[in-house]
Write a protein that binds this ligand. Structure first.
Ligand code: ADP
Ligand code: ZN
Length: 737
């Protein structure tokens, strides 16, 4: 089988001394002129270039412009040992930068995240646990040995190891001198085992087989296309898209499966391994730097056939990508909210359209955007209607909380309590869901009415009893629980108000004294790894009652779970966010989908004070088409996404007056936006008006049609002279508006 890569033309070559343009990750705007290094270089090559007194990483972006004093153009130092960035990738980065209005250097940074990118692997010294104990154990030394112990057999570079342990490199060297750590030459990157797409998969149902065939055929076309794969949780979407992966691998192309970070479980990897006989490459934030470097290189050489990853895997240097699956495509964690603001789902479609790959968007509850694209014929549709095997959708019911008359410090209704007890008696699991981290959302002084807020943000401090601190959910700042009220200084009057997941755990422990209770919240575990291990244990039956936030709603399989109780179904419906209905609908359907995945039918009960609310009724009726159609009509009437285009401009700074002045100035100079029929709203305080001591002001831009919004926006914001500590960020397709 001849690899497609070898048939491709080699990129353009620049002889030594020739003028080249090099784009670096430094915030300079455009590519700068250099001379090609010794031996010359290909277009797209990763190079090391001088920048002032420094050495920086760059990519050869094209021929030099020659618009700079030729005598002053400096030579690139060297070509790094990595496959040149392909043209596809360069145009993907350029178009993604245009779309999100991100400067190219920031975009390039996403694609060069592999640490030690340029180092030839055989040259590195690596460090691993040695045979001896140090004769004197210090705290710093212990940290190093613990860091090594946590990752078992892995080896690290000196810098990585010191960083991981939070100590200086001399501590590591000291341990080397005592044989407690050994230093060795790194072997070349370990290859990934070959995956075998020809291994037989599961016997698919007729429905599933039809879907799998449709996707496989699309993949074999080697053309771009997007399919929305919709099916209730447990209907076999994963089984179906794994067949599309098989088709890509059989055709000698690479495949990428994107998952929300938390859904990257061992269970999922095991399924992939069962199907293809070997594990895929796994790209996520918990991966060691050694592992990331290995994946980055192997993907770039075309030697990693399948990558399972979180959103940043989109920026890996695939040589021959044939398929991208975005699982749980509606998940809000696909939107990166810091740094480069992009939605991985949209970027997957962009990337695939450039390299002639297929996209599969899988979800039980698609985003309205994808639903509308399918309605408009831009995406193909594929539906799986039935749950696999005997499992059926859970029975859904509302519990009318107005009739329950609970005391103000109790949240589990008598009805829900009885249902949980019935499950416990049968040895099944129950999940109580509340989308609120911490112990209590409000800490109130009963003497003066003061509520403790964050010193830096416009947010309340949330009590976290587990951590024994108050925490701001905006900026992460924590402080100890005060003894006296910071406002009136009266002692002993601070009270927790309202439920958080920890407090609900307490209530459950009191109501179900015999049951094993597990409280699952992201901040209660030191690492994603520990949290995953806990979730896997629970899935095996290590707990009877699970108390969880939305992280349990994502992609986990709890075979013994037969009851889901939603503590506050109204929570997401409050507030003015236009997407609130969509979010609540998706979340409730997802949570409900956790119940009854195996043989025993499940039930989902929702505690609500407004059982007649249209969204609650649509959830209970399970009538998705009707819900989407109604929601679509409302959005269309309001001219908001996906029917109109929107962008948020966030200005921030420490001086609130200066930030508002800048916003007002921009709002007045909106000629180029009005020329394309777009409107500007604001400036107004941003949804989060103050974060980490910085005031935030937002302008919203709304355009009726897919007008050339980006170009006009770019011209518009370029008018603003950025002074002092003022910052400007553009958020295309904001999540909330
Ligand atoms: P989804 O991705 O839609 O939630 P999954 O693909 O995870 O659904 O399927 C749910 C469960 O049913 C999994 O444990 C899966 O292995 C099993 N399953 C689905 N289809 C089949 C099949 N055709 N044969 C055997 N098991 C299946
Ligand atoms: Zn804060």
């Amino acid at each position: 089988h001849i690899s497609r890569v070898s048939l491709l033309r080699l990129p353009e070559f620049y002889d030594e001394g020739g003028l080249i343009a090099v784009l670096t990750t430094q915030p300079l705007g455009r590519a700068l002129d250099y001379r090609a290094p010794e031996g010359g270089c290909h277009l797209g090559a990763f190079v090391e270039v001088p920048l002032g007194p420094r050495k920086v990483l760059g990519v050869v972006w094209g021929p030099g412009r020659g618009d700079y004093d030729l005598a002053k153009v400096r030579a690139a130092f060297r070509v790094l040992d990595a496959a040149p960035m392909r043209e596809e990738m360069r145009s993907f980065l350029e178009r993604a930068a245009d779309y999100t209005l991100t400067p190219m250097p920031a975009m390039l940074r996403l694609a060069t995240r592999a640490p030690g990118l340029g180092d030839p692997p055989s040259m590195r010294k690596i460090y691993r646990r040695g045979p001896s104990e140090p004769d004197k154990m210090t705290a710093a030394r212990r940290k190093v040995l613990e860091a090594l112990a946590e990752y078992g057999d892995l080896a690290f570079t000196l810098k990585e190891l010191a960083e991981m342990a939070g100590v200086g490199t001399s501590v590591v060297k000291g341990l080397v001198a005592q044989d407690a750590v050994v230093e060795e030459e790194s072997p070349r990157d370990l290859p990934f085992p070959r995956l075998d797409p020809a291994r037989p998969g599961k016997d698919l149902t007729d429905d599933q087989a039809r879907g799998a065939a449709q996707l496989a055929e699309a993949v074999r076309s080697e053309r771009y296309g997007t399919t929305l794969l919709r099916g209730v949780t447990g209907s076999g979407k994963t089984e179906v898209y794994l067949e599309a992966v098989a088709a890509a691998l059989s055709a000698g192309r690479q495949a990428l499966v994107l998952l929300p970070e938390i859904a990257l479980t061992a269970e999922f990897l095991t399924r992939v391994e069962e199907r293809f006989g070997a594990p895929p490459a796994e790209w996520h934030s918990g991966a060691t730097m050694t592992e990331r470097r290995r994946i980055w290189r192997m993907v770039g050489q075309g030697d990693a056939q399948l990558v399972i990853g979180a959103r940043s895997a989109l920026f890996l240097p695939f040589q021959n990508l044939g398929l991208i699956v975005v699982d749980e495509e509606h998940d809000t964690s696909y939107k990166q909210e810091e740094g480069v603001l992009y939605n991985a789902r949209d970027m997957a479609v962009l990337r695939a359209s450039i390299c002639g790959a297929q996209v599969v968007l899988a979800s039980a509850t698609p985003s309205l955007e994808s639903w509308a694209n399918a309605e408009a014929g831009k995406y193909k549709r594929l539906e799986l209607t039935a749950r696999f095997g005997p499992a059926v959708m859970p029975e859904m019911r509302a519990i009318d909380m107005r009739a329950e008359q609970l005391p103000s410090d109790r949240w589990i209704s008598a009805q829900l309590q009885r249902e949980v007890e019935a499950r416990l008696a049968r040895g099944e699991q129950a999940l109580l869901f509340i989308n609120r981290r911490g112990y209590a959302p409000i800490t109130l002084c009963r003497a003066c009415g003061h509520q403790i807020g964050c010193d830096h943000c416009d947010a309340r401090m949330v009590e976290h009893r587990f951590l024994k601190r108050l925490m701001c959910h905006q900026c992460g700042e924590t402080k100890p629980m005060p003894q006296v009220c910071p406002a009136c200084e009266v002692q002993g009057k601070l009270a927790a108000v309202g439920p958080g997941v920890e407090r609900l755990g307490e209530e459950a422990a009191a109501l179900f004294p015999e049951a094993r209770i597990a409280t699952l919240s992201s901040d209660m575990y030191g690492s994603a790894r520990a949290l995953k291990a806990e979730i896997e244990g629970i899935a095996q039956g290590a707990a009877d009652v699970i108390i969880g936030t939305q992280l349990v709603a994502k992609g986990h399989n709890f075979p013994k779970l037969t009851l889901v109780g939603v503590i506050d179904a109204d929570l997401g419906l409050q507030g003015s966010d236009l997407r609130a209905a969509e979010r609540t609908f998706q979340l409730m359907r997802q949570v409900a989908g956790r119940a009854g995945r195996a043989e025993t039918p499940g039930a989902a009960l929702m505690q609500t004070y407004q059982p007649e609310h249209p969204v609650i009724r649509a959830i209970l009726a399970g009538d998705e088409e009707r819900f989407w159609a109604a929601e679509a009509r409302e959005r269309e009437a309001a001219g908001v996404p996906p029917y109109g285009r929107m962008a948020g401009i966030i200005l921030s700074g420490t001086d609130v007056a200066q930030v508002f002045d800048a916003g007002n100035l921009l709002a007045r100079q909106d000629g180029m936006l009005r020329a394309i029929g777009a409107q500007v709203f604001g400036p107004a305080p941003a949804p989060i008006a103050r974060v980490r001591g910085r005031h935030r002001v937002r302008l919203l831009v709304k355009a009726e049609k897919p007008a050339p919004l980006q170009k006009a926006l770019a011209q518009w914001v370029a008018q603003l002279r950025i002074k002092g500590d003022l910052r400007l960020a553009v958020d295309i397709d904001p999540q909330s508006f």
